[in-house]
Design a protein around this ligand. Sequence first.
Ligand code: NAG
Length: 173
Amino acid sequence: MSRRVLSALALPAGVSAAAAILCQGVEHPGEKKASKKEEKATVWKSRRHIKPCNLTGWWENDLGSKMQVFEVGRDGTFSGEYHTAVSSTQKPIQPSPLTGSQHLDEDGQCTFGFTVNWKKFSDSTAVFVGQCFNGDDGKEVLHTSWLLREKVDSEPDDWKATRTGRNTFTRAG
Ligand SMILES: *[C@@H]1O[C@H](CO)[C@@H](O)[C@H](O)[C@H]1NC(C)=O
């Protein structure tokens, strides 16, 4: 079910259809049919501090893990290295290769995904999905969610093999 439908359903009974449409307009400013004048004002306002999202560079998350994204190609694909600060294995942590793909939307709020293969010290695999946001202060922040698959010895252990979490990254260096 789309967010638009959900937001309409979430309105208390008795709210008129007109008010419902107005509410949706507020929640989805990009989608509402605005007059030419309004449209211009919206574009000016939204582009004032927006730079296009390009993940190239160093990022650090709330746990102190760092990742370096090498040059993002014109098709949005990239590779890089993940330097995790946390691990559940006994072996010493090593930088691990990552590979992914990002949207290249001009509004600077693109979504992306990447896979980390911890092959140098672990037989686990992680996937991240996220979105880039531009704060009012002009600083970029990445909100991500991840799934980590750990290798288990046998199929009956499958139920406990996947963990999930969330991390926020900001530009480092
Ligand atoms: C992203 O930025 C890097 C470094 O400035 C540049 O080399 C690369 O071409 C850019 N990628 C895109 C898709 O704009």
